[in-house]
Ligand binder design. Structure first.
Ligand code: GUN
Length: 298
């Protein structure tokens, strides 16, 4: 059984991005990313801080816009429009989920598609679905594919089962796995909360991707011998013995599933760090596209 270290793959991607930043600097360009967070969800703050810190490490200019939870929709739109017009900023990300009174769809549609490094804007989602190879790719699903590539786990012709149908992970994951390519070209099944006989379907998976946000939901009896298991879940569960009061587990019961799988991503240290690495990569893409310059090799 092989442990697929997202930590290792994300370092590889970040090193490449660092090299690209240096090459762009020679052309007088510095990629810039703006991260907007509304409210005080602790997990979201951890992610956002980590995104800003990674920008610093790689030489990417960054702005963090921290807005209180009572910020109105119109104020958020104003911030987004200003960032759309800021020439130092090539990528804009509004951390999801926003507070309940904010209409996320309107926010996403207000972000200029050229700066939509999350690949959440309907125009970019459409381009991705049509198979545009030069466009943005959604960060977490792209991170999953990058892990498969790094470990040379070719998936062409294999049956991939995706658990979860979120706009951030499940749906775009299906689209990427169904594209052409050695690390795609899958027969894809998507399962969700209304799926009947779930276990029968997951047991057919050569590649099983769990993205449902339910701690340790996938157990060994749901997994085929030798499957490649990718765990996208990051769930906080109570752990009074820990100083911070919780521990992180994935959507997969790691120990028991690891004994059946041929390869598996751990939590933490699996898909999590990949999301940020791919965000940095998308920021490079955005900067190059906005400046009509080729994406440099890392
Ligand atoms: N919340 C959880 N994952 C993501 C992500 O990739 N982008 C944004 N904007 N919000 C998220």
């Amino acid at each position: 059984m092989q442990v697929l270290s997202g930590k290792e793959v994300s370092s590889f991607v970040k090193d490449r991005v660092k090299g690209q930043v240096l090459k762009l600097k020679e052309q007088g360009l510095q990629p810039g990313l703006a991260v907007v967070i509304i409210g005080d969800d602790p997990a979201s703050h951890v992610y956002v801080n980590s995104k800003v810190k990674t920008c610093e490490e790689l030489g990417i200019y960054s702005i963090k816009e921290q807005l209180p939870s009572e910020t109105s929709q119109e104020e958020v739109l104003k911030v987004v429009r200003e960032l759309n017009n800021n020439p130092k900023i090539h990528g804009i990300l509004v951390q999801s989920p926003p507070p309940k009174h904010i209409d996320e769809r309107t926010i996403i549609e207000t972000i200029s598609p050229e700066k939509d490094v999350d690949c959440f804007h309907p125009q970019n989602v459409g381009n991705m679905l049509i198979g545009d190879e030069d466009g943005f790719v959604p960060c977490t699903p792209a991170g999953v594919i990058e892990i498969l590539k790094y470990y040379q786990l070719k998936t062409a012709g294999k049956h991939a089962v995706v658990l979860g149908r979120s706009n951030i992970v499940g749906k775009p994951m299906v689209a990427l796995l169904a594209r052409r390519g050695d690390y795609a070209d899958c027969t894809v099944t998507i399962c969700h909360s209304r799926t009947q006989n779930l276990e029968e379907i997951t047991k057919q998976a050569d590649v099983l991707i769990a993205a449902i946000g339910k701690p340790e939901f996938v157990t060994a009896d749901m997994v085929k011998d030798g499957a490649v298991v990718v765990d996208v879940g990051i769930n906080r569960i109570d752990a009074p013995e820990k100083k911070r009061g919780f521990r992180l587990v994935g959507d997969v019961a790691y120990e028991e599933v690891a004994s059946k799988a041929s390869a598996i991503t751990p939590v933490p240290g699996g898909v999590g760090p990949m999301t940020i690495a791919m965000l940095m990569q998308n920021t490079i893409t955005a900067c190059c596209q906005q400046n009509n310059t080729e994406i440099p090799e890392g």
